[in-house]
Structure formats: structure tokens, C-alpha cells
Design a protein around this ligand. Sequence first.
Ligand code: UDP
Ligand code: MG
Length: 335
Amino acid sequence: MTQTLVSTTDDNTTEQASAPSISVVIPLYNEEESIPHLYEKLTEALEAYGKPYEVIIVDDGSTDGSYPLLRQIAEQDKRFKIVRLRRNFGQTAAFAAGFDHARGDVIITMDADLQNDPADIPKLMEKIEEGFDIVSGWRINRQDRFLDRKLPSMIANRLISNVTDVRLHDYGCSLKAYRAEVLREVRLYGELHRFIPALASQVGGAVAEVPVNHHPRRFGKSKYGISRTIRVILDLITVWFLGTYSTRPLHVFGTMGLISAGMGVLLGLYLSFLKLVEGQNIGGRPLLLLAVLLVVVGVQLITMGLLAEMIIRTYHESQGKPIYVVREVLNADEA
Ligand code: UDP
Ligand code: MG
């Protein structure tokens, strides 16, 4: 008994020594001018912080001189891992690739364009050490244009915080820290990276927010415009749906379907009454069309809900994905 205990502890310590405790994940797309500064600032901040670390830069299909520079860095400094994607898959996919390669206990994400400040990393770590699972940066002095960046993002932040249970001021800030095991439960699609805190809190992570620095972009240009707002809003609908109803889709579709079909049936009864009792002619009434439409739509919605129920069962069962997430089990059986 004692022996097993000792050897387990030993294993853990060797693992701790070889595994970096911080993994910084950075998606990068055509940022050649920023790279040398990024390397310098990151190394300075992380060395000063003193914990073992690795930096995972995901080259998201850059077409400028970024990759040769990154390769050069990787040759000089083994703490820098470069994951090069075959083409441009977008920031969310790049984050996902980085997470899959990260080995640290805490994963920190940030942008490659120097708008985030690596010197804020210790502030995020402090909150993680206090016991939070997710710490999100809040760009109090955001240095972006107002009309096409800050205004849509203000609106998006309001919407997201109303729809999800996670109240943050700034969902779009890339500078965030996560306990690695929380991220393992989260699968990313679309433009979902700004919803990671919401998704992670759906699997039970505790979320905190800290103010961080933000600098104007010095080199290159932003990869996004106003069109992102629409995608963010659509993603918000997905997050809301997955968060509240993904294990019982019939509750959403079925409720809408029943309301619609119910109204249709009532209208139909009313029209039948007019026809049969009062002897009125109802053939040309728009109300009749509406009644039929409501019933048809209602039946469709209910059917859709049932289909979604079947899909959700396949989803959970084929992937062995339980509908709950366990934090820990005490005195578990040795299986
Ligand atoms: N990025 C990426 N793939 C893309 C677009 C952007 O990896 O398809 C990276 C980009 O290099 C930067 C980060 O994502 O490190 C944020 O992009 P950007 O600075 O253009 O966004 P903004 O700060 O303007 O919202
Ligand atoms: Mg930027």
C-alpha cells in the first residue's frame, strides 16, 4: 500500500518536472513584423514570472514571411513550439490546434499582434491560483476604432452576457487563462472562441475577470471587419441553444410547435363554427390560410424537435459523451 503511494507520488513529480506548467497559445496569421517583438516581450515576461512554460504559436496558414521567422525561433528556443496549419482555418480553429498541443496545467491565450501585453500574464495567474478555472482579460482602454470595432463589440458583450450565465465585460479579449482540464471538455467550432468562458462555465468552470492593457496594432492590419458581428450573433444563438436545450431539443421546438398548432386549431374551430353554424362562406378568408399555416408549421416544429432528440442521442452515445461532467470522485473503485 505504502509502496504504491510512494511510486505514484514519484511519477507525479517526474511528470511535473517535464511538463511545463504554463502553455501560452497564440494563433498567428500574417504577422511577420510583430514576431520578433512578440518573442522578446513574451520571453521577458515569462522568464520574469519564473514558472516553467512553453509557447505554442499556431501558424494559421500565413502567406508572408511569418513561418521562416517562427522556424528560426523554434530552432533557438526549445520552449517555443510551432504548429503550422496547412491553410488558413481561422482563429478559432487555430486556438483548437494550439490547445491540442498544449501540455501545461494552465493555458493562456493571446493575440500575436502585440495588442495584448504579456506582462499581464502574472495577473491572470494570480486569479487562477486563487482557484478560478477561467480568467478573462478585460480591455478597459481598448485601442481600436470605435465605429466598426468597439461599438459592435459593446452590443455583442451586452447580448452575450444576457444570454449566457457568464457575466463579463469583454468577451472578445483574447488574453485569457484556463485551467487545462476545463478546456478539455470544450469543443470549438465556427467563431466560438469568444464563447469559451461561457462554454467552459456550462461544464462547471468558475470564471473571473481582470483588467488588462491593450495597445493599438503597430504592424500589419486587422483580419476582421464588421461582418464578424453577424457571425458572432449566430454563434450566440448556438451557444444559447447548446447551453440550455442541447439535451432536450424537443422542449424548444415542441413548445413553439404546440403554440403554433394550438393557435391554428383554435382558428380552425372558429372558422368551422362560422361555416357550419352561421352558414358563412369562409373559402376566401385569409384567416383560413393562417390557420392552415399555423397547424402545418406546428407539426413541422414538433417533428423537427423529435429529429433533434434522435440526433442528440446519437451524438452523446456515439462519442461516449456523457450528459454531465464530473469534477472528482472520492474513494472511486479501481477500474
Ligand atoms: N488570426 C488567425 N487566423 C485568422 C485571423 C486572425 O490566426 O484567420 C490571428 C491574428 O494573427 C491575431 C489574432 O488572430 O494574432 C487576432 O486577429 P486580429 O488582430 O486581426 O483581430 P482584432 O484584434 O482586430 O480583433
Ligand atoms: Mg488584434
